[in-house]
Design a protein. Structure first.
Lengths: 199, 306
């Protein structure tokens, strides 16, 4: 029951993020998304009795739910990002597009769900959130929301990892975390460069 | 049957209290001196004593419409899910009936706004039509999907079923339906992100614009109708989306139910203090989110069974 609730919360925060037109609000929704993911990892880890997954869950909570949103906000203040990020896809179209994507991905993942035992629908939710984060990247023109779309895509993959495979090796997870941190540092440099070019 | 009638009487009695509670809580949160929570009753008795003036241009509709605004809502009150275990309830009323009755009330409210031929009334009515047209599909979808999860199309039966055995495997779609219904609760009752119930500023008002031209008893009836509408939505939310606490005795279950209503009112007040009113042309975006969540809840339930 609890796991189902947080899976729902994960998808819900992602969908609300798709409609957001403000950068700080988008960062907040990303943070909520990661929070749901971290709690999910902790719950799945507890039910599988997998200590490594508990560690990755705590790392998700610390790095993705607090650290990365805080850094993104810090950067956006430092480099004066555009904070009005009106999505390129109008809301009227998004209202039709998002359910279409969801239905498509739910049926797309049906063959896979037969192969996975246990909670098969988690796979469908994570694949659909993968597509939705792709949409989040597509519908924005500015750099910062695109980065958030990229990070949400990583969240979706992480969800696929913890639910479909019954626990990825922790080494892989930690590798991904360091990758993300490196990516954030590189993005910082990029923004710095952009700032220099503009000024 | 006594419990059923008593519950409806209690709901009717606390309806003005709940709206005044929201207002008082909002004022307290804004460091103002709060109004008394019994202000709703005082306003009602004051308006009942006042002279009723009707515009010269108004037709018979102005005299009839206030009653027709209130009566569908009173009828809906009879069809709500039961508050305690073993209480009487009407089981055959489904999502379409409840939505239809509420829209009927809205329809007469719009006619009332148009009837006196003032520019404000027409403006308010057109805005209300704009919002109501978007609320209805989402509401039908949401209540329908919750009743499917509960295993019965009747709303009353669905509320009883949800408390008796909560569909644990459908928690995800239940959550989506809950989000959608909360947005509808805010939109249909004209709370802040959609409509500000306190201003008389011509750019922002929707509900107030329609009732500018009526006075006295008619105004009292329309105000009562809006508080009854809030109690309908909040008790639907309480029994469909917070399904617990019904198995205790009558008194305990009633206290828990009222506590849920006040919890919803508190949530509304906190949201109202923290958000700015949306531009009217941004309202479809908010309701679009509600429609997306309602649809998502239905397809998650059907396709994934989650």
């Amino acid at each position: 029951m609890g796991i189902d609730f947080f899976i729902g919360l994960f998808l819900a925060t992602l969908i609300v993020a798709l409609f957001t037109a403000r950068l700080y609000r988008l960062i907040l929704w990303y943070s909520m998304n990661s929070l749901a993911l971290g709690i999910l990892a902790l719950m799945v880890g507890k039910s599988l009795d997998d200590e490594a997954m508990l560690i990755t869950g705590v790392a998700t909570l610390v790095i993705k739910a607090v650290g990365i949103p805080y850094m993104l906000k810090y950067f956006s203040e430092k480099f004066h990002f555009v904070r009005q990020i009106q999505p390129q896809i109008k809301t009227h179209y998004a209202i039709m597009l998002i359910p279409a994507i969801l239905v498509f991905t739910f049926y797309l993942s049906e063959p896979i769900t037969h192969m996975v035992e246990g909670n098969a629908n988690y796979v469908a939710v994570s694949i659909s959130s993968l597509f939705l984060s792709l949409l989040l990247m597509m519908e924005h023109r500015h750099v910062a929301p695109k980065i958030i779309g990229f990070l949400s895509m990583e969240n979706a993959l992480f969800l696929l990892g913890i639910t479909a495979t019954g626990g990825m090796p922790m080494l892989v997870e930690l590798g991904i975390f360091f990758d993300l941190l490196m990516a954030i540092v590189v993005m910082n440099l990029l923004f710095h460069k952009e700032e220099e070019v503009r000024s | 049957m006594t419990i059923y009638l008593m519950t409806i009487a209690i709901l009717l009695l606390i309806a003005p209290l709940l709206l005044s509670f929201i207002k008082a809580l909002k004022m307290w949160l804004l460091y103002k001196k709060p109004i008394s929570i019994f202000q709703g009753y005082r306003n009602f008795s004051k308006l009942m004593q006042k002279e009723t003036l009707v515009s010269q241009e108004a037709s018979i509709i102005t005299r009839v419409a206030p009653f027709l605004v209130l009566s569908p809502l009173l009828a809906t009150l009879l069809f709500l899910p039961p508050v305690t275990h073993g209480a009487f309830y009407v089981s055959f009323v489904d999502a379409f009936t409840i939505t239809g009755l509420i829209s009927l009330s809205t329809f007469f409210l719009m006619l009332l706004g148009l009837d006196s031929a003032s520019s404000f009334g027409g403006m308010g009515s057109s805005r209300e039509a704009f919002i109501a047209a978007l609320v209805e599909p989402a509401m039908v979808l949401t209540i329908f999907s919750v009743s499917m999860m509960a295993g019965d199309l009747g709303v009353g039966q669905a509320g009883a079923n949800l408390t008796a055995h909560f569909p644990k495997e459908h928690t995800a779609s239940f959550l989506f339906a809950g989000i959608s219904f909360f947005i509808l609760l805010v939109a249909e009752n004209g709370r802040i992100p959609v409509d500000n119930p306190e201003t008389h500023l011509e750019l922002t008002m929707v509900h107030e614009a329609m009732i500018l031209d009526i006075s006295g008893v008619y105004l009292a009836i329309v105000e009562a109708a809006s508080s009854v509408k809030f109690i309908i939505f909040s008790s639907l939310f309480a029994s469909l989306f917070m399904p617990f606490g019904m198995q205790f005795g009558f008194l305990a279950a009633l206290v828990i139910f009222l506590a849920k209503l006040f919890l919803i009112a508190t949530a509304i007040a906190v949201i109202e203090v923290n958000t700015a009113k949306l531009r009217l042309f941004k309202v479809p975006n908010l309701l679009g989110i509600a429609i997306v969540f309602a649809f998502l809840s239905l397809i998650t339930f059907y396709v994934l069974g989650a």
